[in-house]
Design a protein around this ligand. Structure first.
Ligand code: MSP
Length: 605
């Protein structure tokens, strides 16, 4: 009896909403839906959504909240997953240097069919499997010097509480209903697909695996209701989606008509139970997106949506790959609007790392092993190569030869060798001690102006997420330093003695000041290398750790400062020699050395 009454209340609520009747017609016409009777969730009766308070958290003292996607734990991380995290870490470090309080969120997405299947294939329980793989992510982040603030696992009980509360809010807002759905599902994308976006034989174009036909009785989120609000948001705030060419993509999805999507699974046990219907679990995407909010909740707090939201929501920036743009720029803002919460300030969709032109990925099995790269070449080389050589936003291909050439040319030669030869000359001619302040040394030279201009370019590019251009601007300082050194030839001035020798000693101060600035300006990308530069020019770890972007101003090095004994700060990666008959591909030698390319000391001047 109670159940029948509940059904009718829910049905009446649904029918009273004009948007819902429009949506129903839409489903019948386009999606082979059959409307079901509704069962009432108690959440609808008890939830009191507050809306406006949550939307105003945007003043300038807000923390800079930055997120990576929460990575699926179906397999250990690969270089594609590491890429977003490296970029996020560089941005977070830059914002910290600029004086912002930063909350850098990352984590793992642990529910759903794909994860349950991966666990079963390894003979583990889903929770054991998740534990192992999420730990593999944490270990890799440590090895790559990723300084995150929050690591959220979607199996964390606090997350579950927040998902349930959010679901109840959306339900109370009349945006959840039950219906039959029949469609083609890609398990790897964890998404129903439109037949027209698939390849022959219903193959998913991203994973090159067949989608499976599914028919389910699911709960749906009324996305179609948010078509207009989303259109308006994008018109009022065109910077919401970046790079700008991805905004066009999002606008055209919305324009082509938004369809409600299923937010529960009847066939999946490994997930958060739907409030008041434990026969269904929450759809993995509806669940995972909320990780961005539950991550903010402090462990000491009783987990609830409001306290999590007041700890930093809305996010300043979601960094994601282009394949998950629709979830972040369409589904997620609509879900937040429904729950009366602010939408993130910006979503940046970067490109793919490819191998032979194909997206590198766990499902395709064409991945690059980040642990091996870090082990062979160190975290700075890996971070620098991918941020400098792949324009952030576009796709980029990896090749080992290119990796070695770039890293040797930029980090070992342009930066490392310049520092080393300058310190060598200083030791030989000035007892490793600076003769004057760098400000005095640079008086009347154009070099200082050039460095200031390049540093400002770097700042501008970091701020605008043009990470490759930021690296380029810093590298230009190194190039300018090398040209200055070659033009001035201080080694021959020292030989002349007298005034020429004094000039040479000042020239060394100028170059070392440029090196100091490089260290600070490149520290978001190469934190270790930057520290080694700082150490060589006579600073302590504490001084390095307390550096801010204002330390990129000319004038930090003072007369009398004593430099360390010169030692190479970045070992050249030795190019593999060919075999005697010259026929072996270079890569074979890495195999033979099992990932131990020789590090060769950089030459001193
Ligand atoms: N679990 C979801 C995200 C949920 S966020 C609330 C997911 N996980 S994923 O592990 O499949 O992908 C995570 C991120 O890695 C995505 O942004 C994806 O674009 C990125 N990459 C995976 N392979 C990649 C490349 N080959 N290149 C660059 N990034 C790619 O999606």
């Amino acid at each position: 009896m109670a159940a029948r009454i509940n059904c009718s209340i829910q049905n009446s609520l649904w029918l009273l909403n004009p948007l819902n009747s429009k949506a129903r017609t839409h489903f019948r016409n386009r999606l082979k839906f059959r409307q079901n009777l509704f069962s009432l969730s108690k959440g609808a009766m008890f939830c009191t959504c507050s809306t406006n308070n949550d939307k105003t958290n945007t003043d300038s003292t807000d923390p800079f909240v930055l997120t990576t996607p929460l990575y699926y734990v179906n397999a250990p991380p690969h270089m594609g997953s590491a890429y977003t995290t490296i970029a996020a870490d560089a941005i977070a470090r830059f914002q910290r240097l600029s004086g912002k309080k930063v909350v850098f969120v990352t984590g793992t997405d642990e529910h759903g069919e794909k994860i349950a299947a991966a666990a079963a294939a390894c003979g583990s329980s889903p929770s054991e499997h998740c534990e192992v793989i999420s730990q593999a992510y944490k270990t890799l982040w440590k090895d790559l010097d990723i300084a995150y603030d929050k690591f959220i696992r979607t199996t964390d009980p606090k997350h579950e509480e927040i998902v349930k509360e959010f679901y109840s809010r959306v339900l109370a807002n009349g945006d959840i209903y039950k219906a039959d759905y029949e469609g083609l599902y890609c398990i790897n994308c964890e998404e129903y697909k439109d037949e027209k976006e698939l390849l022959e034989n219903h193959y998913c174009p991203i994973h090159l695996k067949p989608c499976v036909a599914r028919k389910e009785d699911n709960y749906f989120f009324a996305l179609s209701k948010y078509q207009k609000p989303l259109e308006e948001t994008l018109t009022q705030n065109p910077d919401f989606v970046q790079p700008s060419f991805r905004l066009n993509e999002v606008q055209s999805w919305i324009k082509s008509g938004l369809r409600d999507f299923s937010i529960s699974r009847a066939s999946v046990d490994w997930g958060i139970p739907i409030p008041n219907d434990d026969k269904q679990t929450v759809y993995v995407w509806f669940d995972a997106l909320l990780g961005y909010i539950s991550a903010l909740s402090e462990n000491k707090d009783q987990p609830n949506l409001q306290t999590a939201v007041s700890s930093g929501w809305p996010a300043s920036l979601h960094l994601i790959g282009k394949d998950i743009l629709r979830f972040h720029a369409v589904y997620w803002p609509a879900m937040l609007m429904s729950a009366g919460l602010a939408i993130p300030k910006k979503v940046f969709g970067h490109g793919f790392l490819t191998k032979d032109g194909m997206k590198m990925g766990k499902s395709l099995g064409n991945t690059l092993e980040p642990n091996e790269l870090v082990h062979n070449f160190g975290p700075d080389a890996v971070r620098y190569f991918f941020l400098k050589e792949v324009e952030f936003g576009n796709d980029g291909d990896y090749s080992e030869d290119r990796f070695i050439n770039i890293v040797n040319a930029h980090l070992a030669n342009t930066i490392g060798n310049l520092l080393n030869r300058t310190l060598g000359l200083l030791r030989k001619n000035c007892q490793s001690t600076l003769v004057v302040d760098s400000t005095i040394a640079a008086e009347g030279t154009a070099f200082k102006d050039n460095v200031e201009k390049l540093v400002e370019n770097a700042r501008f590019h970091y701020e605008n997420l043009s990470l490759s251009s930021a690296c380029e601007a810093v590298l230009e300082i190194g190039n300018a330093g090398n040209s200055y050194m070659d033009e001035r030839a201080p080694w021959s001035l020292f030989k002349q003695g007298g005034a020429a020798s004094e000039t040479a000693a000042k020239d060394l101060v100028i170059i070392l000041e440029a090196m100091r600035i490089i260290a600070v300006a490149l520290s978001p990308v190469t934190p270790n290398l930057s520290w080694r530069i700082y150490e060589q020019i006579g600073y302590s770890k504490d001084q390095f750790n307390s550096a801010t972007w204002s330390d990129t101003k000319w004038g930090g090095l003072k007369g009398g400062q004593v430099m360390a004994q010169p030692k190479p700060i970045f070992a050249r990666i030795e190019q593999r020699a060919e075999t005697e008959d010259g026929s072996e591909p270079a890569a074979r030698q890495v195999e033979k050395n099992k990932g131990k390319p020789k590090a060769k000391a950089v030459a001193e001047a």
